[in-house]
Ligand binder design. Structure first.
Ligand code: SF4
Length: 313
C-alpha cells in the first residue's frame, strides 16, 4: 500500500479552517453508500473494509505533516471513514500527538447504529454527519445504501448522538434536483432537525461531476429551500462553487426580514443582493441595525434585535 496518499492537504476550508486530511481508504473506494452525487466513481457498496491501513502507518505519516498551522485533522476516506475497523484506537493515538489541533470526521451517519462507531465518534472534537433524506424511498434513491440500512434507525441514532455529544456537531444536507428538494421532504428534514442539537446545518448541492447523471439545484433554489426550514435552526448555505449571482433588490425592511429568517454570510449576500441593496446593507451595519455573529469559522449577519436568540446550539 502506498503511504504517500494517506495524508492530504492542508486545505483551507471555509467551514472548518486549515484542515489536514487523513484518507482511511487510500487505495480504493470502500463505502456503505453509492450516492448518486458521489464525486468518486460508482462502486458496489460494502459494510466493512477489506483493504485496511495499519494505525502505525497512519500515525507516522501524520507526524510528518502535522504543524502548528493546522486547525483540524479531518478523518475522511475514499468512501466512508467509519468503516475503518480500528477507528476508536486510531482516535486515541491521534489524541496523543494532536496537541491543541481539533479532530473532525466527515461521515454519512449510517454506522452510528453500531455501538462501537457511536462511541468512537463521541471522542472527536468535531463531527459532521450527512443526512440527505428522511423518507425511506428518497433515501434509497439518493444514497443507494448497503442492504439492511434503515433510515429510521439512522435518524434515531443521529438524534441520540446529538443529545450526548460534547463536541461541535455539524449536519450536512446535499440537495439533488427532483429528489430531496421537494417541499414535503424538506419539511420532514425540518421536523427531524428540530430534534437535533447541532452547531450548524450546511445546505449544499452538487458542485463537482457526480457519479450518476443527476443535477443539483441553483443557488436561488437552495436559498428558497433554506427558507422552508424553521428560523430557529442554524442553517448555512454551503454550496457556492457554481453559484449564479441572483442580484436581487432588497429594501431595508426586506434585508432585516431576510436576515431574521435566515442569517447569511457575506458570501451569500454577494450572490443574492444587487449593488444598491449592498449599499443599504452597509448602511444598516453602520447604524448597527445589522451585526456580525461568528459561528464556528463563519461570520453571519443578523439583525441586532435577534442577536441573542439566533444561532444558538
Ligand atoms: S457516502 Fe460519500 S463516499 Fe460514499 S458514496 Fe456517498 S458521497 Fe460517495
Amino acid at each position: 500500500m502506498e503511504k504517500n496518499n494517506i495524508i492530504f492537504g492542508p486545505i483551507n476550508s471555509r467551514r472548518f479552517g486549515m484542515s489536514l486530511g487523513i484518507d482511511l481508504s487510500p487505495s480504493t473506494k470502500q463505502c456503505n453508500f453509492d450516492c448518486l452525487y458521489c464525486e468518486l466513481a460508482p462502486m458496489a457498496t460494502v459494510d466493512a473494509q477489506s483493504e485496511v491501513v495499519e494505525i502505525p502507518t497512519i500515525i507516522s505519516e501524520l507526524k510528518k505533516h502535522l504543524s502548528q498551522s493546522i486547525d483540524v485533522i479531518t478523518l475522511t476516506a475514499n468512501g466512508e471513514p467509519t468503516l475503518y475497523p480500528y477507528l476508536s484506537e486510531l482516535i486515541d493515538e491521534i489524541d496523543k500527538i494532536k496537541n491543541t489541533t481539533q479532530t473532525l470526521i466527515l461521515t454519512n451517519s449510517a454506522t452510528l447504529i453500531e455501538e462501537k462507531v457511536f462511541n468512537a465518534l463521541l471522542k472527536l472534537d468535531q463531527v459532521k454527519l450527512s443526512l440527505d433524506a428522511i423518507s425511506n424511498d428518497v433515501f434509497k434513491k439518493i444514497d443507494r445504501p448497503h442492504e439492511n440500512i434503515n433510515i429510521n434507525d439512522v435518524v434515531d441514532r443521529v438524534k441520540e448522538f446529538s443529545k450526548i455529544y460534547k463536541g461541535k456537531l455539524f449536519i450536512e444536507i446535499l440537495f439533488v434536483h427532483g429528489l430531496n428538494d421537494t417541499k414535503q421532504e424538506v419539511e420532514k428534514l425540518n421536523n427531524v432537525l428540530l430534534d437535533i442539537n447541532c452547531e450548524r446545518i450546511d445546505l449544499g448541492t452538487i458542485d463537482r461531476p457526480p457519479a450518476y447523471p443527476v443535477v443539483g439545484i441553483s443557488y436561488k433554489e437552495l436559498h428558497e429551500v433554506s427558507l422552508i426550514f424553521d428560523s430557529s435552526l442554524p442553517i448555512h448555505i454551503a454550496s457556492r462553487v457554481h453559484a449564479e449571482p441572483y442580484n436581487a433588490y432588497y429594501s431595508d425592511e426586506e434585508i432585516l426580514n431576510t436576515l431574521d429568517k435566515r442569517p447569511l454570510t457575506m458570501d451569500d449576500i454577494n450572490l443574492l443582493f444587487d449593488t444598491d441593496s449592498m449599499a443599504r446593507l452597509k448602511n444598516l451595519i453602520d447604524k448597527q441595525k445589522v451585526v456580525k455573529k461568528v459561528v464556528g469559522n463563519l461570520e453571519f449577519l443578523i439583525p441586532h434585535a435577534n442577536e441573542k436568540r439566533k444561532l444558538k446550539k
